[in-house]
Design a protein around this ligand. Sequence first.
Ligand code: SF4
Ligand code: SF4
Length: 310
Amino acid sequence: MEFNNVAILITENCNARCKMCCDSRGVVCGKTLSEAELLHILQDIKECTYVKHVGITGGEPLLYENLLDIIFNFDFEREVTISLKSNGFWGRDIGKTEEIIKKYQYKLSNISLSYDEFHMQFIDVQSIKNIIHIAHKYRVPTDVVACSLKSTLTPGDILNKLGESAYLTKFCYQPVICTGSGKLFEENDYIKLLDTQKDEIRCMAIVQPDILINPRLEVYPCCSQVIENTILKIGDLKENKLNDVIMGIKHNYVFHTIFTEGFTPFIEVLKQHKIDYPKKLASPCEFCEFLFKDNWFLEILKKINYYENI
Ligand code: SF4
Ligand code: SF4
């Protein structure tokens, strides 16, 4: 398993306050990387020569254009592409949007825009359309990501709102994941299509492994919305080199199980111990949060010498 992608969560601040946000990010007193911390991270990434792609995420990254300039102007001494996740608020100013996309166009491999019933309370659809059109002009691919509950607008409704702009972008949709602020909806409003008794529950990260570094310089093994709500922190760049942290994941038994076998072996342990577990899921990542929201499941694995016995 190669970790070619690293995502930097440059800020927890956001101008929106979406009800389904995985981490109640609409708190404008969250942590943002300082320029020195960001340079420290970039230097670490530079030393991991197998990293070919850096994703920028938040919070809302475009609130901190100075940090984006540092990332886009950083000399990795090899080709590293950069993608951007945003709520698209900046698209309301066409001149500014053109300036930003033109400035970053050669390294910018994708702009991922979040837009759905939750985001539309804060972001006008015209802002999203402006970004899609200007990015298209500069040959920068875009995608629009929408989350739904049973009671909210459907993916089809969102496509209708995008109108003809939908022809110029990719469109991805997913059920709201029950984590962070997204835990606060009525239980029967979630769209839960996975059945842990029938389906094989597999980790989402194996398709495209993606390390996450947050504004506290903590490192997590994937970019799932749930991951910061678990104990699966795997390192801290204030103390460790990124390369050592990544090697640590590769040699970690628990991650090895999750990445290679999925959750089936752990479900067997739960059944043997008659421990109740979620039967319906919106995403496999919800099962990760269930097992690793604190130490309880690791304690069980330790008590039964799970890995020693293997
Ligand atoms: S979901 Fe995205 S845009 Fe909405 S509050 Fe959270 S970080 Fe901000
Ligand atoms: S299943 Fe767990 S490790 Fe895999 S992507 Fe989801 S949160 Fe990350």
